[in-house]
Design a binder for this molecule. Structure first.
Ligand code: NDP
Length: 247
């Protein structure tokens, strides 16, 4: 393990740590010496990832987490405090992307995206903000997307959630001069995200785009970069995408 200044020893909570970007971030920050609390619904995945990281000397805990349940999110943060005494960083990463055109009227999927991508992140903020204000320090990292900066057909509601994350992050930042707020906007990244698409035409279109995907470790490194800055430096946003993509 190569300790990284300003990451080593930090208590970092990651939502959606059971696959993709969340799991890659856990691996990256573990290698740099962070103390980790991992949350997601698939506890078998969390348990095995935590086992892997603990075997290399990482202080890591995990707890089942459904970010659509505000009380559950509060319990997750309480658990982290009970384990480590503080929360330095919350990575609001849990998300899903069941893309479809509006005419498909997949209203349940619209609800789900709003509940997880947007409200889930807000519940995370609500759970850590009083604590971070008390500490007079803390860092909230919200995982948005290129889709939080530009729109495309089939992504109306997904984009709305990700554009929303940019807006709320900016307000959170300007309201609080003692808390760092970072938005990470990845381009197409290898993960299980596209598995949530149920619209057949959209599935085929996205499968084609995803052939250009970068490894999730690229996003993890961007997150680590933001965390590793000195306490008085707030990285507002990082866009990171495969060089071979043009969107
Ligand atoms: P994955 O599908 O691999 O990971 C999504 C994670 O979110 C899983 O760990 C899943 O865990 C978790 N999750 C979903 N619903 C809930 C819930 N209700 N409560 C808690 N956790 C939940 O995809 P990615 O790694 O790609 O996604 C991570 C983030 O990155 C998302 O916010 C996504 O929008 C964003 N992103 C991804 C890009 C990509 O191309 N992959 C590009 C831009 C942004 P579990 O099912 O175990 O609960």
């Amino acid at each position: 393990m190569a300790a990284k200044a300003n990451v080593s020893g930090r208590v970092v909570l990651i939502t959606g740590a059971s696959s993709g970007i969340g799991a890659a971030t856990a691996r990256e920050l573990a290698a740099e010496g962070a103390r980790l609390v991992l949350g997601a619904r698939r506890t078998d995945r969390l348990e095995s990832l935590a086992g892997e990281l603990a075997a290399t000397g990482t202080e890591v805990r995990w707890q089942r987490l459904d970010v659509t349940d505000r009380a559950d999110v509060a319990r997750f943060v309480d658990f982290a405090v009970a384990q480590f005494g503080r929360v330095d960083v919350l990575v609001n990463n849990a998300g899903l992307m069941p893309l479809s055109p509006f005419t498909a009227l997949k209203v349940d999927e619209w609800d789900r995206m709003i509940d997880v991508n947007l409200k889930g992140a807000l519940y995370g903020i609500a759970a850590v903000l009083p604590l971070m204000k008390g500490q007079k320090s803390g860092h909230i990292v919200n995982i948005s997307s290129i889709a939080g900066r530009r729109v495309m057909p089939t992504a109306g509601v997904y984009c709305a959630t990700k554009f929303g994350l940019h807006a709320l992050s900016e307000v959170l930042r300007i309201e609080n001069d003692d808390i760092r707020v970072t938005v990470i906007s990845p381009g197409v990244t290898e993960s299980e995200l596209a598995d949530t698409i149920t619209d057949e035409n959209t599935k085929a279109m996205v499968a084609n785009i995803r052939k250009l995907a970068m490894g999730a470790d690229a996003v993890a490194r961007a997150i680590s970069f933001a965390i590793a800055q000195p306490e008085d430096i707030d990285v507002g946003e990082i866009m990171v995408r495969p060089t071979r993509t043009t969107h």
